[in-house]
Design a protein around this ligand. Structure first.
Ligand code: PLP
Length: 450
């Protein structure tokens, strides 16, 4: 075949191929993709910690996709950088962070992808600050302090930052204080390290630990960090959102001593994934650790040092226009509505806790602080293995029904179920239905034991 015929044949073939790809697309999404999706936005989703989306967040995400900018330096899309600076300053004020964290002072905020990236960049800045002070060959002496309830993101950050694994001090949290770390235990570990010639340089505290929402004692840990010239990082990935409500803000008391503070707006703040907010008190430490200045990125604004180039505050070069969705959430909902949203989830968690207390077969394992309830079915004997099997089977039973989704943790050897309220559409009737399902499953698994 030659000439025109060949052209028409190619066009016919292309149409056939396009039909093949596009024709069944919607059906394929329904039949092949959706059955494999875990519905984090479902009102019956109670696992891990929430990941809220919203119309405002979605619209911001859509606009960002439409612009599709890659805003590594100010010049690559000035609005992206400028909006990020403005929105993070607004947010810092909403959380009543100390004024040093504002862009108008020496600090500032930046959007990272995740809390894991946030703690990594903070650790890199802290490491380099310590190496500058103690000499570049002192890496093997640098020690990090955290609790056994600190998120594993810190351990990964230490691995990446080259901190010696034997110098990651994991202090056992206090089970009598809802698994918050005891400052005395940190001080004790630190004294031993100092007397061995090691260099304590980083403390990570958590507001809202992943297992049980414990709040570490920030004022005391901050003082320890200050007295020993250490970097103090606060991970409030989940519970930071609650601190926009005056009645929960006290959980951030002590943030004055922090060098860096992080919370995920993509968890409990109606902002679509990903949007992790990191503030630092002195941006120069981040920039010294993370900046590069190759010829091909040089430009008048950056050279004049008159603009922010967020490429120097993060690991990758490229970055999305993520502040748009957070801006939309703040503009379209406003602080009052966002506070009500948080309170609604906490109220639903309280309601679930009351339901648990009404059935003596169950126990609330740790006091509830925010919207997470840690509970279990009380095993007939105190043997941990027995309790594990009973509660694992109950969790497996309700999760396999496909009606709700819960996750678990282990606290002091006990297998514990976590009921985290936070999906945008969850109402009391969903909590009641989940409770009924759990009660029925409890009857089943207890019945099998006798
Ligand atoms: N820190 C805390 C307290 C968390 O609960 C989580 C995740 O749930 C993380 C850090 C890690 O979050 P990311 O996935 O944003 O790295």
């Amino acid at each position: 075949m030659v000439g025109k015929d060949c052209f028409f044949d190619a066009r016919r073939k292309k149409k056939e191929i396009d039909r093949g790809f596009a024709g069944n697309l919607v059906a394929d999404i329904q039949q092949k993709i959706i059955p494999g999706v875990t519905h984090w936005q479902s009102p019956n989703y109670f696992a891990y910690y929430p990941s809220n989306s919203s119309t405002a967040g979605f619209l911001g995400e859509m606009l960002s996709a439409a612009f599709n900018i890659v805003g590594f330096s100010w010049i690559t899309s000035p609005a992206a950088t400028e909006l990020e600076v403005i929105v993070l300053d607004w947010f810092a004020k909403m959380l009543q962070l100390p004024s040093q964290f504002l862009s108008t002072a020496l600090g500032g905020g930046v959007i990272q992808g995740t809390a894991s990236e946030a703690v990594l960049v903070a650790l890199l800045a802290a490491r380099d600050r310590a190496l500058k002070k103690h000499g570049k060959h002192s890496l093997e002496k640098l020690v990090v302090y955290a609790s056994d309830q600190t998120h594993s993101a810190l351990q990964k950050a230490c691995q990446i930052a080259g901190i010696f694994s034997e110098n990651v001090r994991v202090v056992i949290a206090d089970c009598n204080k809802n698994y918050a770390v005891a400052p005395e235990a940190v001080s004790e570990a630190l004294s031993i390290d100092l007397s061995s010639g090691l260099i304590p340089f980083f403390i990570c505290a958590t507001v809202g630990t992943t297992s049980s929402s414990a709040v570490d004692p920030l004022p005391e840990l901050g003082q320890i960090a200050k007295s020993n010239d250490m970097w103090f990082h606060i991970d409030a990935a989940y519970a930071g959102s609650a601190c926009i409500c005056p009645e929960y803000r006290h959980h951030l008391n002590g943030v004055e001593e922090a060098d860096s503070f992080n919370m995920n707006a993509h968890k409990w703040f109606l902002t679509n994934f990903d949007c992790s907010l990191l503030w630092v008190k002195d941006r120069s430490f981040l920039i010294q650790s993370l900046s590069t200045n190759p010829e091909f990125l040089k430009n008048k604004a950056s050279q004049a040092n008159s603009v922010v180039d967020f490429k120097d505050w993060q690991i990758p070069l490229g970055r999305r226009f993520r502040s748009l969705k957070l801006w939309m959430v703040l503009r379209l909902y406003g602080v009052d509505n966002l506070q009500s949203y948080i309170r609604k989830h906490i109220h639903l968690a309280e309601h679930f806790e009351q339901l648990l207390l009404s059935d003596s077969r169950f126990e609330v394992v740790t006091p509830r602080t925010f919207s997470l309830v840690c509970f279990r079915l009380v095993p007939p004997t105190s043997d941990h293995e027995n309790g594990r099997k009973l509660n694992y089977d109950m969790m497996d039973g309700v999760n396999s029904s496909g009606k709700i989704f819960l996750s678990h943790t282990v606290l002091s050897g006990k297998f514990v179920l976590r009921f985290a309220v936070g999906a945008p559409l969850t109402e009391e009737r969903h909590v009641d239905a989940a409770w009924k399902l759990l009660q029925d499953e409890a009857t089943k698994v207890l019945g099998k034991m006798v």
